[in-house]
Ligand binder design. Structure first.
Ligand code: PHE
Length: 450
């Protein structure tokens, strides 16, 4: 049974038996704030990006202290998520109760930050015209070396106030400004030592523009967005390349390939994703697009008054590759041997302090298919293992699945790799965890162990 209330970041939340699915092990992550620990890889990366984006005109307000519990409204409704969007489901999202959840993305704070710009504009007219938000975000997901239920994102946005042309042979002020801003970004990109090779998808087929924007505005706003994100990618990977050169690594990339792909997000149109080619794989870095007017209206801007863009960038995968961190759990370790290796402002590869052996354990079971059947989502299995085993679990994989032709029952077999990042684990310890995992599967989902 779940407790009546849960305390997260010093606030008590009443639970709700149909909605609450946060567990103690997840709640324990909510006060870590790794992204502001000076010498943590995620924080070093965050600062590097903030500095680069604010280096030309200090356009961005910076927010790094938003707490992870947000309303369902802020995370989904304010951004135009339809009622039946899969992101809302309990199998993907950690709910505190029916009205609160652990934010699944930093976009949950867009409206608040747009409102801040709006109130700056009306008071002094000299405020900044964008923001950068970094924070921990939470998603129920599988367990392996690159997935952890908490990770970090940086949200960025820029807006321009639309002006009328003063006379017919002059361009409106915001168009002039956009052209200038784009030129500055282009100049900065030119200066990087290893140049980006960009494969752009500019077609708006199936990725339509919003009616309230002119074609020219869409074109320029899109260019500003793409050049800004490219500048981030270029800065980060150029720094990595420099650090590789300094340590005499053999295979240093001679060029950096990126590609833009059209995407869909309920609160931007048109939308894109950018991927970076790194060591033989396309790495998904960031989703973005031109902000939908409804979001700006929700934030208090007048109709037709404002245009802008937003992006959301995943920090952990990039940090793993910059700092050569082989397992995402290391970011969350309390072991000093990890944390003392990194220094603010510097990219250096992680030196593994030791490799501890792993221990495989399988659990197989029949799913009930009668009146007592309870639907089991794969993420529910993950959650049980995670809650019992915590960071001792390296990965969980479905290795066998079949349906008996006789009984019609389905059998599943999951393989768990227990392996600590920090120490040797005893067999007794693992047996105890494995026993609890088996018990919980029976208690919660009525499965028949094999
Ligand atoms: N929030 C989106 C995600 O988590 C990324 C995004 C941010 C997309 C802002 C568009 C604009 O995938």
């Amino acid at each position: 049974a779940i407790p009546k209330s849960i305390n997260i970041n010093e606030v008590d939340y009443e639970t709700n038996e149909h909605w609450t699915n946060v567990t103690p092990s997840i709640v324990s992550l909510t006060d870590r704030s790794l992204h502001v620990h000076e010498s943590h890889p995620v924080s070093i990366l965050r600062e590097m990006i903030e500095q680069k984006l604010n280096s030309t005109d200090k356009a961005f307000n910076i927010y790094n202290n938003f707490k992870p519990v947000v309303s369902v409204y802020d995370n989904f409704d304010s951004l135009g998520f339809p009622e039946d969007h899969p992101g809302r489901s309990k199998s993907d999202t950690y709910y505190v109760n029916d009205k609160h959840l652990l934010r699944t993305h930093t976009s949950a704070h867009e409206m608040k930050c747009f409102k801040d710009i709006k109130s700056d504009q009306s008071s002094s007219n000299s405020g900044r015209s964008g923001f950068l938000i970094s924070a921990d975000v939470y998603r129920r997901d599988e367990i392996d070396r690159t997935h952890y239920p908490a990770f970090h994102q940086m949200e960025g946005a820029r807006i321009w106030k639309r002006e009328k042309a003063l006379n017919s042979n002059k361009e409106p002020q915001h168009i002039v400004q956009l052209r200038k801003d784009i030129k500055k970004l282009g100049d900065q990109l030119e200066k990087e030592e290893t140049k980006l090779i960009v494969e752009d998808d500019k077609s708006l087929e199936g990725n339509p523009k919003q009616d309230y924007m002119t074609e020219l505005e869409v074109e320029l706003c899109q260019q500003h967005l793409k050049r800004s994100v490219e500048l981030v990618v270029s800065e980060v990977f150029n720094q990595k390349i420099t650090s590789m050169k300094n340590s005499n690594v053999a295979d240093i990339p001679k060029e950096l390939k990126v590609r833009w792909i059209k995407a869909y997000f309920p609160w931007t149109a048109p939308s894109w994703e950018i991927e970076v080619w790194w060591q033989g794989d396309w790495l998904e870095v960031c989703g973005c697009g031109l902000v939908r007017e409804q979001v700006l209206l929700n934030s208090g801007f007048e109709k037709d008054s404002t245009i802008g863009w937003a992006f959301g960038l995943g920090l952990d995968r990039i940090a793993m590759l910059l700092f050569e961190v082989p397992d995402i759990r290391l970011f969350w370790t309390m072991d000093e041997r990890f944390h003392t290796q990194f220094i603010k402002g510097k990219i250096n590869p992680f030196v593994p302090y030791s490799k501890y052996p792993g221990t495989l354990r399988d659990v197989s079971f029949w799913l009930a298919n009668d009146d007592n059947a309870i639907e089991v989502h794969e993420n529910d299995v993950m959650e049980i293992v995670r809650n019992e085993g915590g960071d001792l679990v390296e990965s969980v994989k479905l290795i066998d699945e079949f349906t008996s032709s006789k009984s019609g029952k389905k059998s599943l077999c999951y393989r768990i790799n227990y392996q600590s990042m920090d120490r040797n684990v005893t067999n007794e310890e693992i047996n105890e965890i494995q026993e609890k995992v088996r018990d919980e599967l029976v208690n919660k989902y009525n499965v028949e162990l094999r």
